[in-house]
Ligand binder design. Structure first.
Ligand code: SF4
Ligand SMILES: [Zn+2]
Ligand SMILES: [Zn+2]
Length: 321
């Protein structure tokens, strides 16, 4: 679903001046109660990104950062900004093979890599899993998004092995919606782990979300102003997702009370740091692929096994007929 983003300039009655230079403002950030011209907004965006990276000690200029990119504004904007700020970055894209959406996403990712002269590795789910996500969901009669999450997590962790850190483009709206869902359903385990940094350990690389304090509106404006050609449409399976409903609810609260989302998430991170300690779950190596897991076999290998046994069962059924 394409969203329309509002620029201050699109309201004839709003005559705002840039807080920094006094020229005509084009971006009005109600949550920060400031209006900025294009140039100062770009600087503001990049400064806050840098501040978040430093405050949470996400990575330094000596680290190699792998940025997971979907082709959307957040992840491409993040890769672009980190490169501009002088970090050693590369991109990683998972080709999901979903209807025409995946082709269009890949086109954007490849065009971005050429234009920005940045390395972006592409990995297909079919080669890794033996079938596409849609086929897996049909064969196992399981919701596509839960399978997709398992596969993407596994592939991203594996791809990050050669790097120091894995960065994703989750923004303030994503994180606030996740927090709302975790609180409504009182998911204690998820609450303990929800943060801008997930520490490395037991074979996993550190995972970071440098846009945790940047609203979706701001990443859209940044991508537009920086000339990034991103995919606007969302995955067709995202329609009706609970997270989108939570985002809409929070969006309505934000309209009435600007700044609520940032206070909600920022307050939680502070509380979590002081009162919640993620439980140390002992990990061992998957007996099939050798990757870290809590059980004997990791979820990805279990999934592959189930798909193989389904294929064998249907082959036997056909040969009996
Ligand atoms: S919405 Fe699409 S990309 Fe996201 S988890 Fe579901 S299938 Fe995967
Ligand atoms: Zn200005
Ligand atoms: Zn495994």
């Amino acid at each position: 679903m394409a969203r329309r983003w509002r620029f201050a300039g699109s309201y004839p009655e709003v005559k705002l001046k840039c807080r920094i230079c006094g020229s005509k403002a084009e971006v009005h950030l109600r949550s920060h109660n400031i209006a900025l011209c294009r140039e100062d907004f770009v600087k503001f965006f990049e400064r806050r990104l840098l501040r978040t990276v430093r405050r949470f000690r996400m990575f330094g200029h000596q680290d190699r950062v792998l940025v997971a990119v979907s082709g959307g504004k957040d992840s491409l904007g993040l890769l672009h900004a980190l490169k501009k700020l002088g970090y050693k970055v590369a991109g990683y894209h998972i080709y999901l093979d979903i209807d025409g959406y995946s082709e269009r996403s890949l086109e954007r990712v490849e065009a971005f890599a050429r234009m920005e002269e940045v390395e972006i590795r592409v990995e297909g789910v079919e080669e890794a899993l033996g079938c596409t996500i849609v086929e897996a969901s049909e064969k196992l009669r399981r919701p596509i998004c839960s399978l997709c999450g398992t596969v993407k997590r596994y592939l991203m962790n594996r791809a990050a092995e050669e790097f120091d850190v894995l960065a994703t483009g989750h923004n303030l709206d994503d994180e606030a919606a996740t927090l709302l869902g975790n609180l409504l359903h009182w998911q204690e385990g998820y609450l303990e782990r929800q943060g801008p940094v997930l520490k490395e350990g037991d074979g996993f690389r550190r995972k970071v979300k440098p846009l945790s304090f940047t609203a979706e509106y701001e990443t859209a404006v940044y991508a537009f102003l920086e000339g990034i050609d991103y995919i606007v449409e969302e995955c067709p399976y995202a329609r009706g997702a609970t997270s989108i409903f939570y985002k809409d609810v929070l969006g309505r609260i934000e309209e009435k009370m600007p700044g609520t989302k940032i206070r909600f998430l920022g307050g939680f991170y502070k509380f979590r740091g002081e009162h919640l300690k993620p439980m140390d779950v002992p990990l061992r190596l998957c007996t099939m692929c050798g990757y870290p897991t809590t059980g004997e076999v990791c979820n990805f290998c279990k999934l592959k096994e189930r798909l193989n046994s389904r294929t064998t069962e249907s082959e036997q059924y056909i040969s009996k007929k």
